[in-house]
Every structure is written in C-alpha cells, then in structure tokens.
Design a protein around this ligand. Structure first.
Ligand SMILES: [Zn+2]
Length: 297
C-alpha cells in the first residue's frame, strides 16, 4: 500500500488517488500497475481518476458503507484516446476483461469505470443497473465487437481463451451458499447434503442435471438463476447423489474443452464420458453429496 506522494507508474501518481474529503492516501500499487497495463493496451493519452482512496467516513457518506475504495484497492476512472476523446467505458471494460488481471470491473456511466483489485470472488458490474455482478462476458452484455476494441488496441488481446466457470449450491440446512469460481474453493458446507446446483460459464454453454437420492435424474438445465426453478438451477430441494455436466465449446475456442468436475473426494469426471472407468456423471447413487467442484479445461 502506498501512503505517500509518489509517481507510481508512467501515468499515475499517488496524489491522484487521495481522498477528496480528508486528503488522506492509501492505494494498492498493484491496482495501479494493472490500470497502467490497460492504459498501454488502449493506446490512451490520459486517464482521469474521479475517485481513488476514500476514508471510511467519506465512503459511508457517499455510498452508505465501507467498501473497496476505503480499503485502498479501488479506483473510478476515465481513459482518453490519442485525439483527447473519451474512450467509452464498454471498450475499457472489454480490454480489462481480456487482460484478466482485475476481478472487480464495472461500468459507472458509459464513460467512467470502476476497477478494484479484490482477491476473492469477482465483481463484473454495471452500476447503472445495480451494485451486483450482472455480466459474465462484457462483449455480449455491452454489445461490443472485437473490431470495436481493435480500433483502440490495434490488436486482439489473447486472454489464452480461458473459460471461467461459476457455481453455487444449496444444502438441506444452509440455503444457497456463496458463488465459487473454478477451483478457487469448493461449493458445499461440512456435513450438509447438497440439494440444488447452479452453474454458468463465461464462454460457451453448459447443460447439467442432478440425480435425486432414491429417485431419478431431473431434466437438464442450462441457465443460472436461483429464482428460476425451471431452468435456473438443477434440483428440486431434495438431497441429490449425482451430478452430470456437459460443456459446449464455442466456435472461436479450439481445441475443445470439457467440464471437469467432482463430488466429495471421488475422482474427477469429464463431461458425460464413460471411458476409463468414468460413470458419465459424478457421484455415487445412495450417497449424499456434500462437496462439489468444477473447472473447464
Ligand atoms: Zn468505485
């Protein structure tokens, strides 16, 4: 954390991140390096910070709670192109997303973006809509084409075609648990049997279904919305003992990828494969699932 006046990177000085209310300063240099990386990819001419560090008091005053600005890991800013024109926030967001370095990225008003260098979870937001994550792929959500971005970057930014998977489970005692990304954690809670599962990916599609303990397979679902009991998650509130997931690789990603997933401490299952000792699903009929993990590889 930087707390003194200092040039942090080529285009950013720590003073630009001071709290406007008390002039105090605390800013994460890694956030600034990532903003500088975005600056260079955009071929920008300048970046104006509208809000960097905010003291607890000021953060509460303007936002109602102590957030990432008060932790010194967030900044709101606007980038300008070589002609001095504002680069639309949706372009900046796509570039930040492609670089894959920041987990907190949100549109503020079409010009300004919010970046934060959070380490746990992801926040892909649109503050015109809400303060929750609302998109998984900014190209789709903001209706941006690769060509729109290339006008600024002059190149396609290869984000190594990584596919991220996000998922959450509900158990018989806890309700829905927090979302997990890839193998950063597992979904589940000690000794609580899982009843429902929701899965989404940021590229391509998934279809998945669960098997009810002592019952049958429920229909496949493809959505991710715990309020949509028809297609938003798999499960009917009863304890499950098996899960099947299939990943559809989009055309612009080759070689094909598969859903690699496991329950409890059993071996990994790939898609619905039945070769090499796989069952076509993860789980064991008659045994509660208390832990679930998935990654797309
Ligand atoms: Zn912000």
């Amino acid at each position: 954390m930087i707390t003194v006046s200092k040039q942090i990177s080529e285009h950013f000085s720590s003073d630009e991140f001071r709290c406007p209310h008390c002039n105090k300063l605390k800013i994460d240099e890694n956030l600034v390096y990532k903003m500088e990386h975005i600056f260079s990819k955009l071929n920008a001419s300048k970046c104006i910070i509208s809000s960097g560090y905010r003291s607890d008091e000021y953060d509460i005053q303007i936002g109602g709670f102590v957030g990432n600005h008060a932790r010194g890991i967030a900044a709101d800013c606007c980038y300008y192109d070589k002609d001095g024109k504002i680069i639309p926030s949706k372009i900046v967001i796509c570039v930040a997303y492609d670089l894959g370095e920041l987990k907190g990225i949100a549109n503020i008003d079409g010009n300004y973006v919010h970046f934060d260098n959070r380490t746990a979870g992801t926040y892909y937001g649109d503050e015109r809509v809400s303060n929750n994550s609302v998109w998984t792929n900014p190209y789709d959500y903001f209706k941006v084409s690769r060509e729109d971005v290339i006008k600024y970057t002059g190149e396609v930014i290869e984000n190594d075609k990584k596919v991220n998977v996000f998922y959450k489970v509900k158990t018989n005692n806890t309700g829905w648990l927090p979302e997990v990304k890839n193998l950063e954690d597992y979904a589940g809670s000690k000794n609580n049997a899982i009843t429902d599962v929701a899965i989404k990916v940021d590229k391509g599609e998934v279809k998945y279904r669960v098997h009810v303990k002592g019952g049958n397979w429920l229909p496949y679902v493809t959505g991710y919305n715990i309020n949509d009991k028809n297609n938003g998650y798999a499960g009917n509130g009863k304890i499950i003992d098996a899960i099947e997931v299939y990943y559809y690789t989009p055309k612009d990603i080759r070689p094909f990828k598969r859903a690699k997933y496991k329950v409890n401490n059993y071996a990994y299952q790939y898609d619905n494969e039945v070769s090499e000792g796989q069952d076509g699903y993860a789980g064991k009929f008659g045994t509660n699932i208390i832990k679930f993990q998935i990654v797309i590889e």
